[in-house]
Design a protein around this ligand. Structure first.
Ligand code: GUN
Ligand code: ZN
Length: 457
C-alpha cells in the first residue's frame, strides 16, 4: 500500500510494536507453505474499539497514527493472535495430575466426585472465574468448554465469560445414566435446561452454546435422542462429546449399543455428526470412521497431554489430515496436564514423533490459532489479526526462562523461534493477554500477582 496516501488511523486507537506473526492459511504438516502466514520482524498492530484496525510493517503504519498515540514497545517478544482451546473442562482444574488410573477408573475415582461440587452456584461462580483467569494467564483467549451436568455451572461460566467479553462456547453436560448420584441429570430436564440455556446465552455477546452429551456411555437412548433433537432445532449451536479414547471405553460402548456398527455410528444414528460437531480424542479409529468424519464435516479435538497422561494412545494426525478430517488442538484439562496450548503443541509434536510423523512449528501455531478458530466456526471474528476481527492477542516473551533465553541468544530464525516457544514455552512465556483490545492478563501487574496468590493461597 502507498502509505503516503493511506488514511490516518482514528484518534483513540492504540498500537503495539514488535515482531508480529499470524496465519492466513494452513501451512501443512511437513513443509510449511510460506504463503500461509504473515510475519513482520518489526511489526505494528493497531487496535480501536476492541477490533483490529491494521497489522503490518511498523515503518508503513507508524506514519498513519495520530500524533500522541500510545505505542507499546515489545522487542524480544512475539505478537500473535490469542490461542484457542477446542476441548477443556472447566470443573476439572483440581483433577489435573490424579495418579495411577486410565479413563473409566479415573472418571469414577477422581472426576465425578470433583464435578459433584458444582451443584453449588457459589462454587461454580468462583471456579468459573478462576478457570477464565487461568486460561488468560496461559494465553488462551477462547475455548470450547465442558461444564458439568448442573445448569448453574454452565450459567456461571457463561456469565463470567460475558463479563470479560471473551468468546466461550459451552453447555450443560447431559449424562443420565452410568454415573453416581450428584452428577447424573434427569432425562427430561436435560433437554429443557439445555433449551433454556440456549435461549438465554447462545449469541449473547460473544457466548455460544454447545449441546454436550458427555459420551455415549453416560446417556440413555432417550437422552441421545434429545441431544440430536436440540442440534436439529438449533442448527447454529455446536455439539461436543468424547469418542474413541480408550480400549475399555470402546468395548463398553460395543456392549451398550450392539445394534450399531461402530462407536461413531452411535453418534451418527442420533444425528450428532456434522460440521458443528467436535469429538474429543478419536484415537482408536479406522479409515471408515475417517471417511464418515470427512463426509459429514465432523471435527476431532486432538488432546495430546491427556492422551499420554491417561495412557489412552497416540492420535494419528497424519491419517486424519490425509483423509481431510478437520483436527483441532486441545488441552482436555483435567485429563490433560496443562492449560498451556504451548505445552500442548510440544506434546503433539512428541506424539507425532512416536508415530514417525511431522508437526512443524508453523502448523502447530496455525492449529492453535486460525485452525482452531475454523474448527469452532469462529474464524470470522478470531484466529488471526486481520482488520475487523476482535483484537484477541498475546504478547509472548521469547526470553521467559533460562532455556528460552539461551536459545534466543543464538539468534534463531522464525522457524527456530517458534519451535523454541512450542517446545520450551508455557505460561511463563505469556507476558500479556488481550481480549477485544482490553488487557486481561499482565504477568507483571498486580492482577498477575493476585492470580498467583489466589492459587497458592
Ligand atoms: N470421557 C467421558 N468423560 C470424559 C472426561 O471428562 N475426560 C476425558 N478425557 N474423557 C472422558
Ligand atoms: Zn474431555
Amino acid at each position: 500500500m502507498n502509505t503516503s496516501t493511506a488514511a490516518a488511523f482514528p484518534a483513540g486507537c492504540t498500537a503495539f510494536r514488535g515482531p508480529l506473526l499470524h496465519f492466513i492459511g494452513e501451512p501443512g504438516l511437513t513443509q510449511p507453505n510460506p504463503d500461509s502466514y504473515e510475519y513482520h520482524a518489526d511489526g505494528l498492530l493497531v487496535v480501536a474499539d476492541g477490533r483490529v484496525l491494521a497489522n503490518g510493517a511498523a515503518t508503513d503504519l507508524l506514519p498513519r497514527l495520530p500524533a500522541g498515540t500510545e505505542v507499546g514497545q515489545w522487542p524480544d517478544s512475539l505478537i500473535i493472535p490469542g490461542l484457542i482451546d477446542t476441548h477443556v473442562h472447566m470443573p476439572q482444574l483440581a483433577v489435573m495430575a490424579s495418579y495411577g488410573t486410565q479413563l473409566l477408573e479415573w472418571l469414577e475415582t477422581y472426576t465425578f466426585p470433583t464435578e459433584a461440587r458444582f451443584a453449588d452456584a457459589g462454587w461454580s461462580a468462583d471456579q468459573s472465574q478462576l478457570f477464565l483467569d487461568l486460561l488468560l494467564a496461559h494465553g488462551t483467549t477462547s475455548a470450547l468448554v465442558f461444564s458439568t451436568s448442573h445448569k448453574v455451572a454452565a450459567e456461571a461460566l457463561f456469565s463470567a465469560a460475558d463479563g470479560y467479553n471473551m468468546a466461550i462456547t459451552t453447555g450443560k453436560v447431559m449424562m443420565d445414566c452410568h454415573a453416581p448420584d450428584g452428577v447424573r441429570d434427569e432425562t427430561e430436564a436435560s433437554y429443557s435446561e439445555s433449551r433454556e440455556l440456549i435461549e438465554r446465552w447462545h449469541g449473547k455477546g460473544r457466548q455460544r452454546y454447545a449441546v454436550t452429551p458427555r459420551f455415549a456411555a453416560t446417556s440413555t437412548v432417550q437422552q441421545l435422542t434429545y441431544a440430536g433433537q436440540l442440534v436439529a432445532e438449533y442448527p447454529d449451536v455446536l455439539m461436543q462429546t468424547h469418542w474413541a479414547e480408550n480400549h475399555a471405553e470402546i468395548a463398553w460402548i460395543k456392549e451398550l449399543f450392539p445394534e450399531r456398527s461402530s462407536y461413531l455410528d452411535v453418534y451418527d444414528h442420533f444425528g450428532l455428526l456434522g460440521e458443528r460437531s467436535v469429538l474429543a480424542h478419536g484415537i482408536h479409529i479406522d479409515d471408515v470412521d475417517r471417511a464418515r468424519l470427512a463426509e459429514t464435516g465432523t471435527r476431532i479435538a486432538f488432546c495430546p497431554t491427556s492422551n499420554t497422561f491417561l495412557g489412552s494412545g497416540l492420535f494419528d494426525l497424519a491419517s486424519a489430515r490425509a483423509a481431510e478430517v478437520q483436527v483441532g488442538l486441545a488441552t482436555d484439562v483435567g485429563g490433560g496436564t496443562s492449560l498451556s496450548m504451548l505445552a500442548t503443541m510440544a506434546e503433539a509434536y512428541k506424539v507425532c514423533q512416536l508415530r514417525g510423523q511431522s508437526l512443524n512449528p508453523f502448523q502447530a501455531f496455525y492449529m492453535a490459532t486460525l485452525g482452531n478458530a475454523q474448527v469452532l466456526h469462529q474464524a470470522a471474528d478470531t484466529g488471526n489479526l486481520q482488520p475487523g476481527k476482535y483484537a484477541d492477542f498475546l504478547i509472548l516473551d521469547r526470553t521467559a526462562s533460562p532455556a528460552l533465553r539461551l536459545k534466543h541468544k543464538a539468534d534463531r530464525d522464525l522457524q527456530g523461534m517458534l519451535f523454541d516457544l512450542m517446545i520450551l514455552g508455557d505460561d511463563r512465556a505469556i507476558r500479556r493477554t488481550y481480549i477485544a483490545g482490553q488487557c486481561r492478563y499482565d504477568r507483571e501487574s498486580t492482577k498477575g500477582a493476585a492470580l498467583n496468590a489466589c492459587i497458592s493461597g
